[in-house]
Write a protein that binds this ligand. Structure first.
Ligand code: XLS
Ligand code: NI
Ligand code: NI
Length: 440
């Protein structure tokens, strides 16, 4: 039974000729074949629960602007409200035709008074989701635990000075991994919401690193114990809510994984807005993860370039998205990962239909970006240029040098004897940028 939240809404069609007021995809045809497979399989779209159905539209200067029938001010029975929210969520996923969704425990279930009640509520809603997945064919891209909203987590979860908070967080993650496993989730995500510090004056960095390492090892051990074959993903972010977060960026996370023996067990979920906060580009973070062998998934939501906040806006910059997907395609495309919209409306966008327009627009931008990236791959002009640029390294002497078969003295001797005198070669950046411009 339809909730009527979106009015009359059925599956949004692909129609490049649709008028400006029509809900239609102009660029995303899920069945279009690109590089030998349907666009839907390249992009693996997912929609997040929290920003769409939980966030009230507040900012630091004002509270709720959205009016949703399942919000506390309108619903009397929290469990019924959670079910209504799930009904609306699945209506939206189905209308958009996305294959996946994502949630935190706290998004889908009412908050209980203690751990046992949280778990009971979570499992009751997971029953509902399990049924809905079977009815609709939708799948879970990832589940995660909200270890940052409740006040018990104000000084961190795994990195809390109080071991009881560590234990409560660990127990909560166990329940969320169980839920994700039960729902056939493709990944399990950990974003270290408050794993960081506000001031070094009250913080022991060494202990907190050890705690965070142990916590993640517990997660990986449990994953193997229950036979969860999805990927464990860390989502890097440099700051916000804490002043300094430990999972600063991809390179920092890699160092952390190495230090705790987890570099072959855990990958990353990279968010555009977090890359920008860390002073990187989105494609830099993706390329770094791919080079280190830890690329997992993406959160496709951008930041406002001026505000300096994690504004979680829907993507709208095709060239940027094209550069991101180019790095993803070069890395072989998604395996367990996908394109998750961890994006929220602006607080003035009050109408339920704004949720649909936002996602349709974002999905079209991604489709254009992916198609441009695929064309860049197909023609191979840039990759041929890069191969050629490094071709010297394929020669025998260079390979020996790289493999550690030449000492510093031997290299010096070679340079002297052969009078090695390298001639600089143009990097041709403007030419390369012109190539990209042909596709976007
Ligand atoms: C917050 C994060 C969060 C994660 C999931 O900035 O992006 O939404 O994706 O906990
Ligand atoms: Ni995110
Ligand atoms: Ni974010």
């Amino acid at each position: 039974m339809a909730t009527g939240f979106f009015g009359e809404v059925s599956k949004i069609p692909f129609n490049p000729d649709a008028g400006p007021e029509e809900l239609a995809f102009r660029h995303y045809d899920p069945e279009e074949i690109v590089m030998g497979k349907p666009l839907a399989e390249h992009l693996r779209f997912a929609v997040c629960w929290w920003h769409n159905f939980v966030w009230p539209g507040g900012d630091p200067f004002g509270g709720q602007t959205f009016d949703r029938p399942w919000f506390e001010d309108r619903a009397s029975d929290p469990m019924e409200a959670a079910k209504l929210k799930a009904d609306v969520a699945f209506e939206m996923f189905t209308a958009l035709g996305v294959p996946f969704y994502c949630f935190h425990d706290a998004d889908i279930r009412p908050e209980g008074d203690d751990f046992a009640e949280n778990t009971k509520n979570l499992n009751a809603i997971v029953d509902v989701l399990e049924r809905k997945q079977a009815e609709t064919g939708l799948k879970l891209l990832w589940g995660t635990a909200n270890l940052f909203s409740h006040r018990r987590y104000m000084s961190g979860a795994a990195t809390n000075p109080d071991p009881e908070v560590f234990a409560f967080a660990a127990a909560t993650v166990k329940t969320c991994m169980d839920a994700t496993h039960r729902l056939g989730g493709a990944n399990y995500v950990l974003w270290g919401g408050r794993e960081g510090y506000e001031t070094l004056l009250n913080t022991d960095l060494k202990r907190e690193d050890q705690q965070l390492g142990r916590f993640l090892n517990l997660v990986v051990e449990y994953k193997h114990k229950i036979g969860f074959d999805g990927a464990i993903l860390i989502e890097p972010k440099p700051q916000e809510p804490t002043k300094h977060q430990y999972d600063h960026d991809v390179a920092t996370v890699y160092g952390f994984l190495k230090r705790h023996g987890l570099e072959n067990e855990v990958k990353v979920n990279i968010e555009q807005g977090h890359a920008i906060l860390a002073g990187h580009s989105f494609e830099h973070e993706i390329a770094t993860a791919a080079a280190l062998g830890i690329f997992g998934s993406i959160d496709m939501n951008r930041n406002d370039q001026q505000s300096g906040w994690d504004t979680d806006q829907f993507p709208n910059d095709v060239p940027e998205v094209a550069r991101a997907y180019y790095e993803i395609l070069k890395a072989g495309g998604f395996t367990t990962g996908g394109t998750n919209f961890d994006a929220k409306l602006r607080r003035q966008s009050l109408d339920p239909k704004d949720l649909l327009f936002a996602h349709v627009g974002g999905m079209d931008v991604c489709a254009r970006g992916l198609k441009a990236a695929a064309a860049m791959m197909d023609e191979g002009v840039l990759s041929a240029f890069v191969d050629d640029r490094y071709a010297g390294w394929d020669q025998k002497g260079a390979q020996a040098m790289l493999a550690g078969e030449r000492t510093l003295e031997e290299i010096a001797g070679w340079v002297e004897e052969q009078n090695v005198n390298p001639a600089p070669i143009s990097g041709r950046q403007e030419w390369a940028e012109n190539i990209v411009n042909r596709y976007v």
